[in-house]
Ligand binder design. Structure first.
Ligand code: ATP
Length: 314
């Protein structure tokens, strides 16, 4: 195996900083099936990458280090528990190189928000270190390493709109017309734990108080082939929403505020507590974002569009 600090190999990879931008995800459809023997639930989901980004810069270094600014700075551990560091180690192990890099994260994706920010950072670190070290893995090889890091990580390598099966790690692109959808993202104060949301759903189901499971993604996939956001609005759904509402009842007020502001639909994103609203167009999204922010039912609102590409250099 070549080493990034061998003179000969300085030409491989990048000597300058590599900057990677990676989006947040929302689940347009999150169907949660039965609990598997490995502790994961069987999922049937449609992922959608939206224009809220984390940015990871990788520079050459003598060890592996991580610094950060933005969302969650000062709260998030920067040690081996951080998904960006775990991703760099996993890639180095796979490619047989030394895991030496100085990583810096500019985070805009809220922590534990149901937008897969940690998974996004893992995807960004894989793509950035692959370019820095010149390991030149294919997207499919990177997606293979990604799957071991977390169920959402392969999707954040690919981006766009994609079907996720298994525990979410098996991703295939969704063929859709080249349409942009416009979203309002209501960021909550504080996060929700994803494992806790799944446990709460199991509890609600055992008690018979969970909603009817969503089932097939066919309706949503059909809606994505049309350009009409009103059709898409009728097909959004999230089996984890009841669990998120049960753990954080105030989210019902956030969803109501979006509805009152004229959003076509509103759902909890993933395990929450972030809520996303579908708007008619960019101007409508801006207006809804202002109105929901003024209602005082969340920390802040942001507008976003999707689909956007996954983790990319540049
Ligand atoms: P998902 O939608 O995939 O369930 P989430 O958006 O709810 O994820 P994340 O922000 O991805 O939540 O992170 C969940 C937890 O992962 C955090 O609370 C933190 O303990 C851990 N974590 C590790 N590395 C990171 C990272 N780089 N960014 C954010 N969280 C990280």
């Amino acid at each position: 195996a070549w080493r990034p600090d061998d003179d000969d190999d300085q030409r491989r990879g990048s000597s300058g900083p590599v900057r990677v931008r990676v989006p947040a995800k929302v689940n347009l459809h999150l169907g949660v099936g039965p609990l598997r023997r490995d502790g994961y639930h069987e999922l049937n989901t449609v992922y959608h990458a939206i224009s809220i980004y984390d940015e990871l810069t990788a520079r050459r270094g003598d060890t592996l280090t991580l610094t950060m600014e933005g969302e969650g700075a000062g709260e998030l551990a920067l040690d081996d528990s951080n998904l960006a560091i775990r991703a760099a180690h996993a890639l180095a192990g796979y490619a047989g190189v030394l895991p030496h890099a100085r990583l810096h994260l500019r985070k805009q994706i809220p922590l534990a928000g149901g937008l897969a920010g940690g998974s996004a950072d893992a995807a960004a670190a894989l793509v950035a270190c692959d370019a820095l070290w010149g390991t030149g893995l294919s997207r499919d090889e990177l997606a293979g390493i990604a799957a071991d890091l977390g169920s959402d990580v392969p999707f954040l390598i690919h981006g766009g709109t994609a079907l996720g099966t298994g525990r979410g790690e098996a991703v295939s692109p969704v063929l859709a017309r080249p349409t942009s959808w416009h979203w309002v993202v209501a960021v909550a104060d504080g996060g929700l734990s994803t494992p806790a949301a799944y446990r709460e759903l199991d509890r609600l189901r055992a008690a018979g108080t969970a909603g009817t499971p969503l089932g097939s993604t066919d309706g949503l996939l059909g809606a994505l082939r049309q350009r009409d956001p009103r059709v898409l609005a009728g097909c959004l759904g999230n089996d984890l929403q009841d669990a998120a509402l049960s753990m954080r009842p105030a989210l019902a007020d956030t969803l109501k505020a979006g509805e009152a502001a004229g959003a076509l639909a509103g759902i909890v994103s993933g395990s929450g507590p972030t809520c996303v609203f579908l708007a008619r167009d960019a101007a409508d999204a801006q207006r809804i974002a202002t109105e929901v922010a003024e209602a005082g039912v969340c920390r802040e609102t942001r507008v976003a569009h999707g689909p956007v590409p996954g983790a990319r250099v540049g």
